[in-house]
Structure formats: structure tokens, C-alpha cells
Write a protein that binds this ligand. Structure first.
Ligand code: HEC
Ligand code: HEC
Length: 379
């Protein structure tokens, strides 16, 4: 089911697919890219100016000198297996470095304990470990915490795709999950000179603003990738990268089991919304497009082995359970009751036990072994 036409109303910034990859289109009006866009060069100039102003510190009006920062690492490149990522100009090394600090910082949450990374856990492929996480306000989320990976190619954020951009998703999400408006959360951060130095370097201004924080968080989020999986190495000619089961599993995935209809390589998603008959009582995409009641965005399968449980409601405890749900044609557990119509592309498929094992082995081969988790030292 396609609804591309409806997305033309998306605001200034939108991801548009081109062939199998994607490019970012930035429209001229009201877009972040044209607005006094901070660049690394410009930030460096400002830092120099501030340093030369330092002798004036005795003057009561002079701002306190801010600490020097180590050079930020380069913006991470999309790993092999993924199309090239074309980021907007605001995704700079400085913005990613600032976004990383904010992402891990529990001072952003009302309780001083919960950070973005508490739910989007880097040790679990940036997804949640519970079926549904509880917000800082104590409310059980309606949906499972998704893996925030390969979002550079996604143009509708959230399981129902209702947010046009990553920035939009974070802006609404911050208050909903962390129980404090971004504007109000930044007081603690604004008091830390190293944070001010980060904001100055990333945006040109030392005073943290909600917009700058959200832009930095978005820069960090859109540069989280899942790629360079064993199957990518196999496809590049390393015959030993996967075993014979995974190799046979790929043939099933693309053929008899019809998974590739929706999980289209190389991102293993079609960027569309489908109803798999899960009986969560959640209208999903139906909240945006009524005829798609019960449909949810096809998640990438890259990195999936790292983050059970599965589906928008976290109802499949294992990869096997998630795959079996598809193979059964999306029926069981009272599926479909009042939840819209199961996508006709999802049909019951009979596999032998051996074939099922091969299919699971292939899906597992789309996940690289997780690199050691690097948590930044917070200022
Ligand atoms: C209490 C748990 C929790 C916290 C804390 C949290 N999130 Fe989320 N996040 C979720 C859930 C649940 C969703 C799915 C929401 C939906 O689809 O309606 C989500 C979705 C997202 C998405 C959209 C992902 C996609 O695949 O479309 C982004 C981006 C995101 N979160 C970023 C953040 C950032 C940045 C922070 C910190 C400011 C944060 N999250 C804090 C639970 C959390
Ligand atoms: C009709 C489109 C469609 C087909 C065909 C399809 N899937 Fe899916 N798949 C989806 C959608 C949509 C979701 C998310 C559903 C939800 O959460 O409501 C999903 C979710 C998954 C998940 C869980 C991912 C996660 O992060 O939660 C796995 C694993 C999966 N699919 C594997 C497969 C395999 C293997 C096949 C072939 C047997 C397959 N899919 C066929 C659309 C499809």
C-alpha cells in the first residue's frame, strides 16, 4: 500500500528515496540549511575570537572564558552494505559530538536519572529491552522503543510515521518521554562551561537553546547506523562470512518466504506501512491515514538480532517468534480484531523446519556483532 502522494505536504526538509538509496532535499523556505548555518569553520572563528577576548575577563561585562575542547571526531560514515548517507549541512562533527553528550545525559529528564540512552540502549542496537518502556511521568508507553538506526533514509518517524523529521520526533518526544519541555530541561546544562563551549562550537552561541539541543540530538541520531553485517561481507565476496544455512536462508527470504517484498535490501525496509494483524488495539498509521488502520512502518532488519522483543507492541519475545508470526500470515492471539485489515502481501507460508532455521540464520546474518559500547564522559 503506497501513500507517497500524501507526503508531499511534508515540511521544508524531507527524505526522498532515489532508487534504493535516499537523498535529503532541503527546500529554500524556512529551512535549517539556509538559516545562518553553523559550519565548523565559522565555529572555529568564533572560538578564536573568544580566546583573544580573554584578557578582557577583568571587565565585569566580559563573558567567562570557556574551556578548550578536543577536536570532535569526524561525522561517522555509513558502513558497508548501506547506500551513501547524504546529510544536511547541520550534521557537523561538532553537532554530533554535542548530540552524543545530550543523548546520554540524565540531566535532560525530569527525574535526573533517565536519558535518551536509557530507553534507546546502545548495548541493544539502540532499542529498548522491554516490550514497552515506562515514561519518566510513570506512564506505560503504547509502543515498543524502536532501534534508532539507519534513520537517515526514513522520512516518516515513529512507528506510524507521523513525524516528518527527526527533529520533529525529538521535539514532541522529549516532553512525552522525559516529562520536561526541552526549554526547561536545559537549565542544568547551561550552567556547565564545557557544555557552553560545545554549544558555542556547534551553533556559534554558547547559550543552549531547545532548537540547538534538538538539532544536535538529531545529528547524533541520524548518524547511528547498522551495516557491515556478515551478510554484507558475504555479498562483497567473503564466502566464509556466513554459513550455508544463512546463504540458503537468503534464497528463501527473497523467494518462497516473500520477506523481501516489504523488507527490501539494502535497508531491508520498503519505507511503507503494513498491517500484520497484531492485536494491540493501536491504530498506528490509521491515526494519519484512516485506511491504514493497524499498519506500522516496516522496520529495518539490520541489527534486529540485537534487540528483542519485536514489533510495535513488543509482543514477539524472540526473532523466531517474530518470523513465525509472519509465516502464519499474521493470525493468532485474536489478531485483526477491530484492528483493520491484514496486508494482502502477508500470506501464510509453509516452510519445513530446516527452511525455517535457514531463514532465521539469514536474518541473524544481517546483524553485526555489537561494537563495545562507548558512553561519553559527561561534562
Ligand atoms: C521512556 C523511554 C524513551 C525515552 C527516554 C526516549 N525515547 Fe525515543 N522512543 C521511545 C518510544 C516508545 C518510541 C516510539 C514512539 C512511537 O512510535 O510512537 C521512540 C521513538 C523515537 C524516535 C523515532 C524512531 C523511529 O524509528 O521512528 C526517535 C528519533 C527517538 N525516539 C529519539 C529519542 C531521543 C533523542 C530521546 C532523548 C531526548 C528519546 N528518544 C528518549 C521511547 C523513549
Ligand atoms: C507485508 C509486508 C511484510 C512482509 C511480507 C514481511 N514483513 Fe516483517 N515486518 C513488516 C512490518 C510492517 C513489521 C512491523 C510490524 C509491527 O510492528 O506492527 C515487520 C516486522 C518484522 C520483524 C521485527 C522487527 C522489529 O524490529 O521489531 C522481523 C524480524 C521481520 N519483520 C521479519 C520478516 C521476515 C523474516 C519475513 C518473511 C517471512 C517478513 N518479515 C515479511 C512487514 C513485512
Amino acid at each position: 500500500v503506497t501513500e507517497r502522494g500524501r507526503r508531499s505536504t511534508a515540511p521544508a526538509r524531507a527524505w526522498r528515496r532515489v532508487g534504493r538509496g535516499a537523498v535529503l532535499v532541503v527546500a529554500a523556505v524556512g529551512c535549517r540549511g539556509t538559516r545562518d548555518a553553523p559550519t565548523e569553520g565559522r565555529a572555529a572563528t568564533i572560538a578564536t575570537d573568544a580566546a583573544s577576548a580573554a584578557p578582557d575577563a577583568a571587565r565585569p561585562s566580559a563573558p567567562p572564558a570557556l574551556p578548550d575542547l578536543p577536536a570532535p571526531p569526524p561525522v561517522p560514515e555509513a558502513p558497508i552494505g548501506l547506500p551513501p548517507a547524504d546529510h544536511p549541512a547541520v550534521v557537523t562533527p561538532s553537532a554530533v559530538a554535542l548530540g552524543e553528550l545530550l543523548f546520554f545525559d540524565p540531566r535532560l529528564g525530569r527525574d535526573g536519572v533517565t536519558a535518551c540512552a536509557t530507553c534507546h540502549d546502545p548495548a541493544r542496537g539502540w532499542a529498548g529491552d522491554q516490550a514497552r518502556a515506562t515514561t519518566v511521568a510513570g506512564k506505560l508507553n503504547r509502543r515498543h522503543t524502536p532501534a534508532i538506526v539507519n534513520l537517515a533514509w526514513v522520512d516518516g518517524l515513529g512507528w506510524d510515521g507521523r513525524h516528518a523529521t527527526v527533529d520533529d520526533a525529538i521535539r514532541t518526544h522529549w516532553k512525552g518521554q522525559l516529562d520536561v519541555a526541552p526549554e526547561d530541561a536545559l537549565g542544568a546544562v547551561a550552567a556547565v562551561p564545557t557544555y557552553r563551549a560545545h554549544f558555542r562550537r556547534a551553533t556559534g552561541r554558547a547559550e543552549p537553546t531547545a532548537d540547538a539541543a534538538i538539532e544536535a540530538l538529531a545529528a547524533f541520531v541520524v548518524t547511528r547506523y547498522q551495516g557491515d553485517a556478515p551478510f554484507d561481507r558475504f555479498e562483497r565476496g567473503d564466502r566464509a562470512a556466513v554459513d550455508a544455512d544463512a546463504e540458503a536462508g537468503y534464497v528463501l527470504f527473497a523467494g518462497k518466504a516473500q520477506c523481501a517484498t516489504c523488507h527490501v535490501p539494502p535497508l531491508y525496509t520498503d519505507h511503507e506501512f503494513h498491517n500484520l494483524g497484531l492485536a494491540s488495539g493501536d491504530d498506528g498509521r490509521g491515526l494519519v491515514v484512516p485506511e491504514l488502520t493497524g499498519a506500522f512502518r516496516t522496520p529495518t532488519l539490520r541489527g534486529a538480532a540485537l534487540h528483542p522483543p519485536y514489533f510495535h507492541d513488543g509482543s514477539a519475545p524472540t526473532l523466531e517468534a517474530a518470523i513465525d508470526w509472519h509465516l502464519a500470515g499474521g493470525v493468532g492471539r485474536g489478531a485483526g480484531r477491530g484492528g483493520g485489515v491484514i496486508d494482502p502481501a502477508l500470506r501464510p507460508i509453509a516452510l519445513t523446519e530446516i527452511e525455517r532455521g535457514q531463514l532465521v540464520a539469514f536474518v541473524r546474518s544481517l546483524s553485526a556483532a555489537p561494537p563495545p559500547v562507548r558512553r561519553p564522559e559527561l561534562p
